[in-house]
Design a protein around this ligand. Structure first.
Ligand SMILES: Cc1cc2nc3c(=O)[nH]c(=O)nc-3n(C[C@H](O)[C@H](O)[C@H](O)COP(=O)(O)OP(=O)(O)OC[C@H]3O[C@@H](n4cnc5c(N)ncnc54)[C@H](O)[C@@H]3O)c2cc1C
Length: 346
């Protein structure tokens, strides 16, 4: 069994940040095990569309710091022109303008995946994808980490996967019951979400003085936004699909969504180039089988996640464990840095 000083379980934003920070601290004996065929976890940009995380806000200082460090620019979410609110099936649409004095949500140039690409570029060699951890066994002064094809040992293991799916890993000895209970009760942020994005030859809605923002709980897209990225030249709309469409066939869902957007933004919608969507609730690398849309008050950053387990050889990280901005990219980065600093000194 190959031995490492540190094994990180999960190559999402948190796990990659931990490895990046360990490297900055001069710690290079690191292995990251990732169950998916790709890295990034809940950050996924396809055809220029952010199907996972998209925005950060002014108080997300850890995102801002990492972007600055990695020299990745950001830009304001486009909100110029009229936005549309559809709140009642019988009433006409209502138009409104965003407050130009309100703090803007920020987007990452090249999509949120830019942060994943930049973070991983110097640590690529230590990442193994398609490698699901299914067992962690405590030995005297190290841990054994088991995957389907290969087993490894490590002095320290950092688990960064969403707490609710940690139960997919068999820990020997078992994790304390109070920790298991807390994990099962921790909703995985956005794991119920369905996102869709559509690309176009040009942002036709802007020519009509529309912002692209289309909001309303009664429609098939509860939220839709302009998702153009000046750096890539991709013109697109992206938003959240009404969960009531979850069980439809993808082609039927797409047809309903296109019709809805065409009604409010214009028939040019049908001249789209690409349509992409993702239902995170059926992706078991993120979601548990038991959830749809629960835990709207998730209470992230439970102090139980800051404790060390197996005599300090095992710690938990990831956005849901973060006492600061849990659920968001900022929480993932905060917890990732914190985890690296913690294992490196102990
Ligand atoms: C639809 C959606 C919209 C969002 N919008 C925003 C937004 O606008 N702004 C914002 O700040 N945040 C947003 N978020 C949240 C943001 O994406 C997360 O906070 C962040 O990406 C979480 O990173 P993480 O590393 O903690 O977890 P994850 O990204 O979930 O990473 C965990 C990793 O562990 C892997 N894994 C799971 N099980 C195993 C196993 N047994 N063995 C090995 N690997 C395993 C997974 O494949 C994954 O790569 C959104 C999320 C979604 C899904």
């Amino acid at each position: 069994m190959k031995h490492y000083k540190y094994i990180i379980i999960g190559a999402g934003l948190s796990g990659l940040t931990t490895a990046f920070q360990l490297k900055r601290l001069g710690e290079n004996d690191v292995l990251i095990l990732e169950s998916r065929e790709r890295i990034g976890g809940r950050i996924l940009t396809q055809k220029g569309i952010d199907l996972g995380a998209t925005w950060f806000q002014g108080h997300h200082t850890h995102v801002k710091d990492v972007l600055q460090l990695l020299k990745i620019p950001a830009f304001n979410q486009y909100v110029d022109g009229n936005s549309i609110l559809v709140y009642n099936a019988m009433a006409p649409a209502h138009y409104f303008k965003s407050d130009s004095n309100a703090p803007a949500s920020q987007r990452i140039v090249g999509g949120s995946t830019s942060i994943i690409k930049a973070l991983s570029s110097s640590i690529k060699d230590c990442i193994k994808t398609n490698t699901t951890v299914h067992k962690v066994i405590e030995k005297d002064n190290f841990l054994e980490v088991h995957t389907a094809n290969e087993n490894f040992t490590a002095n320290k293991v950092v688990v960064t996967i969403p707490p609710r799916i940690v139960s997919q890993i068999d820990f020997k000895p078992q994790l304390p019951e109070r920790l298991q209970t807390a994990m099962n009760a921790t909703h995985t942020w956005m794991s119920h979400a369905i996102k869709a994005g559509i690309t176009f030859k040009k942002p036709f809605w802007r020519e009509r003085d529309l912002s692209g923002m289309l909001i309303g709980q009664i429609g098939p897209m509860t939220e839709l936004y302009d998702h153009c990225d000046p750096s890539t030249g991709i013109y697109s709309l992206m938003g959240f699909v009404n969960e009531g469409l979850r069980d439809l066939q993808p082609a039927d869902r797409k047809a309903i969504i296109l019709k809805h957007i065409a009604t409010y933004l214009g028939p040019e919608v049908y001249d789209y180039l690409e349509y992409v969507e993702k239902d995170w609730s059926i992706d078991l690398h993120t979601s548990s089988r038991t959830l749809k849309n629960d835990g709207l008050n998730p209470g992230y950053g439970n102090p139980i996640y800051q404790e060390e387990y197996f005599d300090g050889k095992l710690i938990f990280s990831g956005t849901e464990t973060s006492p600061l901005n849990g659920g968001y990219m900022d929480g993932a980065i905060y917890s990732g840095i914190h985890a690296a600093n913690k294992v490196a000194v102990s």
